[in-house]
Each structure stands twice: as C-alpha cells, then as structure tokens.
Write a new protein. Structure first.
Lengths: 368, 343, 335
C-alpha cells in the first residue's frame, strides 16, 4: 500500500523513454482534438492543441492502479486510473461524472455557486466534497490537504500556466472538450473521461445513445425542403457577438434544419459585429434565439427598452424570439454532453409540426 | 479676441456638420451616399433595412456623440477653472465613479435587475437608473460638503477619495460576481455612443441641454474665478452659489453621459486644452462655446474612427479617445513654460 | 473744510473666530479713512495689518464694534453693493496669464455689467481711461503672463479703478518690485487718490516711499494699537519710535529711515565741512563699531576724524596724523 502511494505520489510527471508498443487505436468519430489508443499495459490520450493544431496540448498515459507500473512508458503525464478523488473545476464535468456513475470520485469542486447538482451541494455541506474556492484562484492549501489524484480544468489560449497547482505534482487534466467545433465532437470526450474514472463502458454506451438520438433527430429534418433562417444572441455594448460560421452553434442550427444567417463565416468562435451588419443580414430572419442570465425572464417589452432598434427585426415583430435564461435553466451544465437534447429543442422550434407533444427543455417563447 | 472666437466657432460648426455627415454615410454596412440622402429626405430606397439603419442606428449614435462631447468638454473646462487644476476632468469629483458603482451594483450584485417592492426592472433601463442614482448620490454628497467647506481644494480631495472608495467597492463586486456579470460590466466600461435609441434621445438631449444651459450661465463667474476666489468675491461673485451651480451642471452632464454611454475618458480633460491652444485665451466668453463645439467635433471624430473598420468589426470607444487625448496632454505638459495660460 | 470719511470705525475689535472661540488681534480701534488722500498702513510682521485690511475689505467679519462704509454699516452691504464700493489689489497668484491686459482690466467692470459681462461703449471708455491713467495702455493687447511684475501691478490697479469704487485697498502693492517701480506705483496711487478723489489705503514694508508719498500714516503695533495721523505730524511727534518694539533699531528723523542702533565700543570725534559729508562719515564709522561724538568733545584720548572732502579724510590718532584719499582706504586700516 505504501509503495503504491509513494509511486503515485511521485508519478505525477514521470517521463520515461519513449517506447512505442503496439498501440491499438480507439476510433473516435467526431472529436477532432482527441485521440485514444491502448496497449495491454496502458492507454494513451493525445490532446491536440485547439489553437495551434500542429502542436500537442497534452499527452496522458493511463495505467490501471491495480497493475504494476510497466518498465518502459511513453512520454506523457502518468495518471493512475480509475481516479477516486479528483478536483473538478467545472460544473459541466460534474454533471457528466454523475451520469456515468463516477460521482463518488469527485473529491473537490470549484465555483460551488455555479454547480446545481444537488449531490455535490450536499457533499460540500457534509464535507465529503471539498469546496476549493474560485476557479481563477483556487485555495491551494485545501487542494494539498485533499491529496487528490487529478485536477480537471478547462484550458484556455495563452494561459501562461495554471499557477501554483502545477507545482503540486498532481496530474492536471486539460479538458479541452469545449473547443471542439461540433456538438457530437464535444460530447465524445465523455469516452475519455469514462476511461479516467473507470467507467469506460458506461461512458461508451451513454455516448452511443446520444449519438443515436442525434442522428435520428437529424434524419427527421433531412427530407424537408425548406429551412427557416435564424439569428442569435444580443448586442452587448457596441458589439453583437454572433457565433461564427464554423462554430458548434452554427453547425447544430444546420443539423436542426435551419439556415444560419452567418453560415458563410469562417470563424469557429464568436465574431463581434456591429448592429448594422447583423440587422442588414438578419432583419428578415424567421427565428431569433437568445441566451441571457437574469433574475427574471426577458420580455419583448424589456428588449425594446434595452435597445429600441431590436423592434425592427421580423422575428421581433412576428413574435418568434425564443429565450433561455441560463440562470434558471441548466443549459451550460446539461447540453455539452447531451447535444441531442439541444437538437430536439431546436428542431421543435424551427419545425413545430415535428415532434408532437415534446415540450421545450431549454428555450421558451418570449413573453410580452 | 472676439473675432477669433467667432471664426473658430464657424469653422467648428462646419466641421461638426461634415463629421455628422461622415458618421451617417459610413458604417459596417455599405449604404451608397445617394441612398442616405434619400433616406434623410424621407424618400423610399431599395432596401428597407437601410432606412432603418440610418434612422434608428446611425442618426441617434451621431447625435449622442455630439451631445456627449459637448457635455464632457464643458464639464472639464468648468472644473479646470474652478479648481485651478489643468488636469481636472469630469471624473475628478467622483461623480462618474458613483455612476460606475451604481451600474456595478445592478450588473454584478443585482444580476441585471433592480427590484423595489413590486416594481422590477431589467436590462438597459436598470443600468441607466443605477448609473443615475449612483451619480446623483455622489453629487449630493459633494454639494453637501460644498456648503460646509469654503476651500475648494478640500472639496477636490473629498471627490478623489470618493473615487477611490467606489473603486474598491467595484473591485469587490467584480471579485464575487459571475463571469458573465464581469464581462458585461467590462463591456459597459469601454464606452459606447450607440446605446441611445431614437425614442430615448429626447430625454437624453433634454438633460444634457439643461446642464449645458447652466454652464453658459456661469461664463461671467468663471471669468472672475480666473483671478482667484478673493478677487472674484471682491467682484461680487458669490463663491458658494457659483460652486453649487457648477456642481449641479457637472453632475447632470456627467450623470447623463455616463448612464447612457458608460464612462468616457479623456474628452473632458483634453478638449479644454485644445480649445485654449487654438484660441490662445482663457476668456470664457469665447473659450466656453469653442470648447463645447470642439468637444462635439472630437466625439464625432472618435465615433467615426470606431466604425472605420466597417465589415471587419468595431473598435471600442475608450480605446480611441486616449489616442487623441493623450498626445494633447503630453504636448501641454512639455510646453507649459511657453503656454501663456499656465503663467 | 470737513471731508466726509469713507470709512468710520468705532471701538472696533478685529480678529478670528475659530471653533475654540475668539482670537482678538486688536480691540477698541477707532479711526477714519478719508477720500482724496493716500494712506499707508505700517507695522511689523504679525502686527495685524492683513487682519485689518481683510476686515475693512469685508473678506472677514469684525468681532465687535462699529464699522461704517460711506455712512452705512459694512455688514448691511449686499455683495453687489460691496463690489461697487471696495476695490482690492492683492498679491494673490492668478490663473489669468492667458487673458490680455484689456480683458483682465475689463473683469473689473463685472459689478456693473449684465449677465454675460458684455461691455458697452461706456464700459470701454472707462477701461480706456483706466489703462491710460496707470500708464499701461500701450500693452493692452499683451498677455498678462508676458508682463513684468511692476506692469502686472499696474494692471491690477487699473482693474480696481474700473470698478469705480470710492475705496481701494491694496495689500503690499510694491512687494517684490524694484525701486523704480515702487516709486512709480506709489506716485501713481497718490495721483489717483487726489485726482479721482478716492480713499486709497495700502499696507507696505517700504517705509521710505510711504513717508514720502502718503498723506496719512496708520501705524499699527501689538503694543500701542493703531495710531493715525498726517505723515509729517506722526513723524515729528516721534510716533515712528514706538512702531517697532525692537530695541536694536532707531528712526532717523532727518533722513526718514530706520537704522540699527549704534553701540560701538570705541569712541571717535568727527568733524566735517558739510551735513552730507558728516552723515556718511558717521555712517561708515558706525558700521565699523565706532560711536561718533561731536567735535566739541574732542580730546587727546580719543581719535579724531576731520573730513574735508570725500577724498581728503584726516585721521588723528595717538598723536599721529594720517590723510586718506577715500573711505575705502580709511576704513581698511581700522581692521
């Protein structure tokens, strides 16, 4: 027992000679920045850098805790699996872990106020899960005290390191799932997380279900000849940030059988445009989807007060605006790994005659 | 000297006309000049969205920029003379900090909503009201102290201290706020002439006009104050009443610009110096009108620069104003020995 | 011919009110200030000159007693009435460097002009006359920042003139000026007082010129309070002696200046061919620590100096006679 602890304690960043055993690729169909392959002794996860695709973001070498450490391991961060006490920064991943039955492996969380999962809230209250504070500036002492076996956080461009947590010799799992540009691509990362937490089978079958649902829904709209046009988001300050043409949002609109007004755009992130530009192209869009975070739901009246020129949009005049109050709805926690649910909502909005009896999960029609 | 003032006044009016035209003609969407002309004269054009864009977006933005520029420049001039401080600007009395705190409370603590009893407000309106209440409160505090304290320097220090306290409060609010709230607040802090809609323009114009009117009434006392408070008193000026009127005018002008457009830097500080350098006088009879017009012109210019990238996007306002304002201030500081109004 | 006083003070007490109570600087002062004459207020630093001037110009309230301006109590004057009655010239720094001389003087018309301070032809005439009266009309278009200190003082005086006040109060108007400017300003003030029948009161440390050009002297000291009177009367009644309580200075009645008391250890008798030569000989000897006695006291135990002319100075000491061609050479041998 002591030797295992010692080994895992100094195994955080062990780099051994790069020996290439015969690896068998685990095929991933949608995720572009993740590749998985396995040998008898270990599994390798290679994360591609989403901001510079010629480089690798991180390589992880997963070795089962029960097995002894092989002599020659390829280069990469060693992670002893299954993880049993991980610090999870994001509520999105907490939600996923709960669904693949790995909830008890969560040892600590950040930004507790954003996590709506009751079990986590309860765990923090009773002390079985540690609250390590702010994701931007976590409580190092609490993390050390916890002795976690991994830290799961979201990487960002030019982050310049993660601060003092890097020095703790605990494997940092850079969860770059949010940088995928397709909805299924992002969801597929759950298979990697399944491997980490020893729930590979459950994760795989969960993903298979999501994939199946997604394709079935997509097939519903395929035969349709007409596609309504759609714009999204609101003006914030002097810029109206719209999803780029190659972003996840744009693709899911297309999958839902709608014409995204900025589909021709080449960006995969958000693009700041002026009101004029959005108005010029999107004035006659059929539908308008907005996401916001407020104590009370937005209304048409409030939109008018926010910025009177909003009333010039056809979607406003014909009352076809759908809003999602992310303060009340678990949009960001739920949809990343269940794009099928989001797709269902979108299809119901764009093609009301389909999906009889289905009630929207995330969006609601805006009230007066 | 009067002739020089009139000459510059006419030049500036023409410049303002030209810049307003530029702001109407150019934008992210390419609308041919003829079409703009047709739209303004009430005729039909091929694309209905163009008419909407010109009337509902470009025109209100240009007028807002013009009024904001006039308001901020006048405030800056009044403050520089009254407090005998060439580096004074509308933020020096903490009034715009008060507005910022009001907005921070709404956006960061109140999650974008104000609730008073059964009355709930959300969105932009709550931001405006938060800003107004914040700035009026600070103005009230400063006015209160103004009636107690005769020494203007003390008042200045109180204003600066209020600025620091509100800064610290805002930092705290930011620290405990959501990522979205912080982002919203930051965006608000970048300044933007484009939030005032055509419907809100009359209210905005009214308050700005009221402040500008009071400012014009203060021309005579401001000239007397150039000699210092003792001489001014000897000339029959009631220092306390003048200062209170000044605070009221500055309060209104700063409150309305900050509430609708966010905190805008440098215009209040730099434009009075530009006007003084152009006219070569400290006489407010010509200096004040020229300052107002120059402020309007500079604001229109900044607005134009912001929309210059066109299709490619937009530049935030507070990134442009220092580029124009800072060189002027540096020039003044470096050349102060040669500039007569510093002696 | 009885002149009407511009200021009449009875049993006046001046000082400060602080939150702790009153600080009296002077009490039981009674005096009058008349038009058509120049009055100089003299006194040591800290004697209370500034307090008195501030009280008279209504910058600060009196603590007790009566103070009347043109027959009406000062506190009953409104701001506007005051601005038309009292003009001040101070040593304050201004921000007015960017105004032309004309514009600054024009500010003095504010008590008489309307809302924006617009000038009418009557105002312009008054300004023109004031500029000419002080002798600065040729610089009307220059910036005040470009003027010398003396010229700037003239501008401030012109400003006070256009206010058309019967009373003008100046606080050390000739401080920092060279002697030419000092005389120029004092002469100007006296002329204005007489020609325009104004009451002009100024405080100054320039005792020389004050005695020459003032009509009235106000002597203020902590010990003896305020004494007022005609210049020559005050001098010849030995009032200048008690003005400064310092024991180390004396007032020279012949020459109208203060000089350090002589307590030279050594004695010498002096004889000269005329008053001027005698005066300056004594001056030189005093400076070198000699007490000078008149020639009647001549005796063999004391040195004797006979000054025939500035280049023929004969010193008789211990029986030895030596003639020197200049004071410099004479004094050199004393060292």
């Amino acid at each position: 027992m002591l030797s295992v602890l010692l080994l895992s304690a100094c195994g955080g960043r062990s780099k051994t000679s790069s020996v290439i055993e015969a690896e068998e690729t685990i095929p991933l169909r949608y995720a572009e920045n993740l590749s998985l392959s396995a040998t008898e002794d270990y599994t390798i996860a290679r994360l591609r850098n989403p901001w510079d695709t010629t480089r690798i973001l991180h390589t992880y070498v997963l070795v089962d805790k029960e097995k002894s450490l092989p002599a020659d391991l390829p280069e990469g961060t060693l992670v002893r699996t299954p993880l049993s006490k991980a610090v999870v920064y994001s509520s999105v991943h907490c939600g996923l872990l709960n669904q693949i039955g790995a909830l008890k492996s969560i040892g600590g969380v950040c930004d507790l106020k954003y996590i709506k999962l009751q079990e986590v809230q309860d765990g923090c209250r009773t002390g079985s899960i540690a609250d390590v504070g702010n994701g931007m500036n976590p409580d190092i002492e609490k993390i050390i005290d916890l002795h976690p076996d991994a830290i799961m956080l979201s990487p960002f461009e030019n982050s310049g390191g993660y601060g003092r947590v890097e020095k703790l010799n605990i494997p940092i799992i850079e969860c770059a799932d949010y940088m995928e540009t397709s909805a299924l691509g992002r969801a597929e990362w759950m298979r990697f997380y399944g491997l980490l937490f020893g729930q590979a089978q459950k994760a795989d079958s969960l993903f298979a279900e999501v994939e199946k649902n997604y394709h079935e829904l997509k097939a519903l709209v395929a035969p349709l000849s007409s596609a309504p046009s759609v714009i999204s988001e609101l003006k914030n300050g002097s810029a109206w940030y719209v999803p780029g043409g190659k972003s996840t949002s744009a693709r899911i609109y297309a999958d839902a059988g709608a014409n995204y007004v900025f589909a021709a755009d080449e960006h995969s992130g958000s693009v700041p445009l002026s009101f004029e530009t959005v108005f010029d192209k999107g004035q006659n869009a059929d539908f308008w989807l907005i996401k916001y975070n407020q104590a009370i739901d937005k209304t048409y009246k409030e939109l008018e007060q926010d910025y009177a020129p909003y009333t010039g949009f056809r979607a406003f005049k014909e009352r076809n605006i759908y809003g999602c109050n992310t303060g009340k709805v678990d949009f960001y926690e739920d949809s990343p790994f269940h794009p099928d649910r989001l797709l269902k909502d979108l299809i119901k909005i764009f093609h009301p005659t389909l999906l009889e009896g289905y009630e929207l999960k995330y969006f609601t029609k805006l009230a007066e | 000297m009067r002739n020089k003032g009139t000459k510059y006044g006419i030049i500036l009016l023409l410049l303002i006309l030209a810049l307003t035209g530029a702001n109407l003609l150019f934008g992210s969407v390419n609308i041919p000049a003829e079409a703009v002309w047709h739209i303004l004269t009430g005729n039909e054009v091929e694309k209905a969205s163009w008419s909407f864009i010109v009337w509902e977006s470009r025109l209100p933005q240009a007028i807002t920029a013009l009024l904001c520029g006039m308001a901020l420049a006048s405030s800056g001039l009044m403050l520089q003379t009254t407090f005998n401080n060439p580096l004074a600007d509308p933020s020096i009395l903490g009034i715009s900090s008060g507005a910022s705190l009001g907005v921070a409370l709404v956006m960061l603590a109140g999650a974008g909503t104000i609730t008073a009893g059964v009355f709930t407000l959300s969105g932009f309106l709550s931001v405006i009201i938060g800003a107004f209440i914040g700035s009026m409160l600070v103005m009230g505090i400063i006015l209160f102290f103004s009636t107690l304290i005769k020494n203007s320097i003390m008042l200045l220090i109180i204003g600066i201290m209020i600025g620091y306290i509100t800064s610290s409060a805002i930092s705290l609010l930011n620290f405990f706020a959501t990522a979205e709230g912080v982002h919203s607040y930051m965006i608000w802090g970048m300044g933007n002439f484009g939030r005032v809609s055509l419907q809100q323009l009359p209210f905005f114009s009214l308050v700005a006009a009221a402040g500008l009117l009071i400012t014009i009434l203060l021309i005579k006392p401001l000239n007397a104050l150039l000699l210092g408070t003792r001489y001014a008193e000897n000339l029959g000026i009631n220092i306390r009443r003048t200062r209170n009127l000044l605070l009221l005018a500055t309060g209104l002008l700063t409150a309305v610009t900050t509430a609708f457009c966010g905190p805008i830097s440098f215009i209040g500080l730099a434009v009075p110096h530009i006007a003084r350098l152009m006219l070569g006088t400290s006489n407010h009879n010509s200096l004040l009108p020229v300052t107002m017009l120059t402020g309007g012109a500079i604001a229109l210019l900044c607005n134009f620069i912001c929309i210059l990238p066109g299709e490619a996007g937009i530049i935030p306002l507070n990134a442009v104003t220092p580029v124009i304002g800072a060189p002027i201030i540096i020039y003044v500081i470096v050349n102060q020995r040669k500039i007569q109004y510093f002696n | 011919m009885e002149k009407q006083a511009v200021i009449t003070a009875t049993d006046l007490c001046i000082g400060y009110r602080t939150h702790k109570g009153e600080k009296k600087v002077h009490e039981h002062l009674s005096f009058r200030l008349y038009p058509g004459e120049l009055t100089s207020l003299l006194g040591a630093n800290g004697a209370g000159k500034s307090t008195l001037l501030r009280t008279l110009s209504a910058s600060q309230p009196s603590l007790a007693g009566e103070l009347q301006l043109l027959g009406k109590p000062l506190q009953q004057y409104s701001e506007k009435e005051r601005s038309r009655t009292i003009g001040v010239v101070l040593t304050d720094k201004t921000q007015a460097g960017g105004l032309t001389v004309y514009e600054l003087v024009a500010l003095g018309r504010q008590p008489h002009t309307g809302f924006f301070g617009r000038l009418h032809s009557k105002d312009r005439l008054i300004i023109k006359e004031a500029l000419e009266a002080v002798g600065i009309a040729h610089k009307a278009k220059s910036y005040t920042a470009e003027l010398s200190d003396g010229e700037r003082q003239k501008v401030m005086i012109a400003k006070a003139l256009v206010q058309e006040c019967p009373l003008i109060i100046l606080d050390e108007p000739t401080a920092f000026l060279d002697v030419v400017s000092r005389i120029e300003i004092m002469t100007l003030l006296h002329r204005l007082a007489v020609e325009q029948n104004k009451a002009i009161l100024l405080s100054t440390h320039d005792i020389e010129q004050a005695l020459v050009l003032s009509d009235k002297l106000w002597l203020l000291s902590k010990e003896t309070g305020l004494q007022c009177g005609g210049t020559e009367d005050m001098i010849l009644n030995h009032r200048m002696d008690t003005l400064f309580s310092h024991s180390n200075i004396r007032f020279d009645y012949d020459h109208g200046i203060y000089y350090p008391t002589v307590n030279g250890k050594q004695k010498i008798t002096v004889e000269a061919t005329d008053e001027t030569l005698l005066h300056w000989t004594i001056n030189a000897l005093n400076r070198h620590g000699y007490t000078c006695l008149p020639s009647e006291k001549k005796n063999r135990n004391m040195p004797h100096l006979l000054a025939l002319s500035p280049d023929k100075l004969t010193l008789i000491r211990e029986g030895e006679t030596q003639t020197y061609p200049s004071f410099e050479s004479l004094l050199a041998q004393f060292n």
